[in-house]
Design a protein around this ligand. Structure first.
Ligand code: MN
Length: 499
């Protein structure tokens, strides 16, 4: 039995509304506005200042509050929520776990998954209102206030759509957040990074000449949003990441059978889109704008519009009364937490299996959007541990294939404080002996430096030189690297309010 098993979160968060209710009780974690806002570039422009942080263009604010916009131009009775997972502190409140332990909590949750359960439609709040695409008045562009994040984007994007589909043969399911652009009254384009599991299902269905049913649930419990970001090998093909969300919440995620397709959706979602991925149909992502751009992505740059990507034919939209649309900016701390905490869990799990007790903690750093950079805190306790820290870094590259840089530090360095990590680099690192290059390895296609024009070792876009920066002290020199020892005191004696 693991440490976190059977511990129900003290905060009863099970959907977006209960998550927002919790934030309203915490000072500084929530703001809202009733001022009319244009979903076309303006909404994202506002939140960039209020709370994006992370990789977002400066000026921005790190650890700013989550925000709800109540008055969306062109839409009635629908509000938009952004930034719930935009600080590690908020995620720690949702999951009832100290911020620095979140990676460990997720690692344990993968080991004790709780499968989904199916509830009747009358127990599914997402079914309070139903719109069928067969209705001639049906138009996604009028129903969904999906923001266009910058003025040059290819269109309105669904950035927090939890896409759920199943293997046509084995019926095993997968949940992942994908980039979805509204292309017309009943069509979405879908960009799937190569290797994603729903793409494997889609390819299988396409080979059989069949459409693949897919549900897109928007506005859910933050535990689901974080769990959905797990990737292989931690969650191999066929592993339903919703069962990790069940473990995180201490109770199963409730699903409901869709109306127009043979698939399920998240019962407590604010909004559900039902549809099918069409076989052998492709669309140009920026066909309506011809800007060549897609939307802002996690590395802090706007992704290129794809030439030819799959199309979802939408068959229905269902939602709650007065639904809350959920969106995110692309770059920023929200992506860092959703992608990064599962990355930390994956690295912790694999290294722990290989060398128990050596890797104390990992931070999937904000600068890499939670994917490109990991800071690993390694404990050398004997001379035979020398070199094992680099072995741990190699395991990290295996645990999470999109990882590009690893910084290794000792157990006396605060991995969540970049100043302290860079201090270790200044005083415990010599570039010529402590840098290890691993060129020509597959990484993440959205890092713009990973293109052949950049380096002769990069043969294709998405390949990279992975690098580890070993900022740990060589074990036999340890006595030269003790930090100055200040006297232990009780500060509260002098400043009672000190925290
Ligand atoms: Mn998966």
């Amino acid at each position: 039995m693991t440490e976190h098993e059977n511990k129900k979160p003290k905060n009863d968060v099970y959907d977006l509304r209960s998550a927002l209710a919790l934030l309203k009780t915490l000072p500084g974690e929530y703001v809202e506005t009733k001022v009319a806002v244009d979903p076309q570039a303006e909404l994202s422009g506002v939140y960039r200042y209020v709370g994006a942080g992370g990789t977002c263009q400066r000026p921005t604010r790190k650890n700013g509050p989550a925000m709800v916009f109540h008055n969306i131009k062109g839409f009635n009775d629908i509000s938009v929520a952004i930034g719930l997972n935009g600080s590690r502190r908020r995620v720690s409140e949702f999951l009832n776990c100290p911020p620095e332990k979140l990676g460990h909590l997720l690692k344990d949750s993968v080991q004790c998954p709780i499968p989904t359960v199916v509830v009747a439609p009358d127990k599914a709040p997402c079914r309070e209102v139903i719109h069928l695409a067969s209705d001639p008045d049906f138009d996604l562009r009028k129903l969904l206030p999906a923001p266009t994040n910058t003025e040059e984007d290819a269109g309105p994007y669904i950035t927090m759509g939890l896409c759920y589909a199943s293997d046509p043969d084995t019926h095993e399911s997968d949940i992942t957040i994908h980039r979805l652009c509204i292309q017309g009254r009943d069509e979405l384009s879908m960009w799937l990074t190569p290797g994603r599991h729903i793409d494997a299902f889609r390819i299988k269905a396409e080979e059989q000449g069949q459409p693949l049913p897919i549900s897109i649930s928007i506005g859910v419990d933050p535990a689901i949003e974080v769990a959905a970001c797990f990737e292989p090998p931690t969650t191999p093909l066929g592993f339903d990441e919703l069962s990790i969300a069940g473990a995180l919440r201490g109770r199963a995620v409730e699903m409901v059978q869709c109306i127009t397709i043979d698939e399920k959706a998240i019962a407590h979602a604010e909004i559900v889109i039902e549809g099918v991925l069409l076989p052998n149909v492709r669309v140009r992502e920026d066909q309506n704008t011809h800007t060549g751009k897609a939307m802002p992505e996690f590395p802090g740059y706007t992704g290129e519009a794809k030439e030819a990507i799959p199309v979802i034919k939408v068959t229905a939209v269902t939602h709650r009364h007065n639904p809350i649309w959920r969106t995110t900016l692309g770059p920023g701390e929200e992506h860092v937490n959703m992608a990064g905490i599962p990355t930390e869990a994956s690295i912790l799990a694999l290294v722990e299996r290989a060398m128990p007790g050596k890797l104390l903690n990992v931070f999937a750093h904000s600068a890499g959007g939670g994917k490109l950079l990991a800071v690993m805190q390694f404990k050398k306790s004997a001379s035979t541990d020398e070199g094992r820290q680099r072995q741990a870094a190699l395991l990290a590259f295996s645990a999470f294939p999109e990882l590009k840089h690893v910084v290794l530090v000792d157990d006396d360095v605060d991995i969540f404080d970049s100043d302290d990590v860079l201090w270790a680099m200044q005083t415990r690192y010599q570039g010529d002996v402590d840098t290890v290059f691993i060129p020509g390895v597959r990484c993440h296609p959205l890092d713009p430096s990973q293109m052949p024009a950049y380096s002769p070792s990069i043969l294709q876009q998405g390949m990279s030189c992975k690098t580890l920066f070993d900022c740990t002290v060589p074990f036999h020199l340890k006595s030269h690297f003790e930090r100055s020892k200040f006297k232990e005191v009780e500060v509260k004696h002098f400043l009672p309010d000190f925290e």
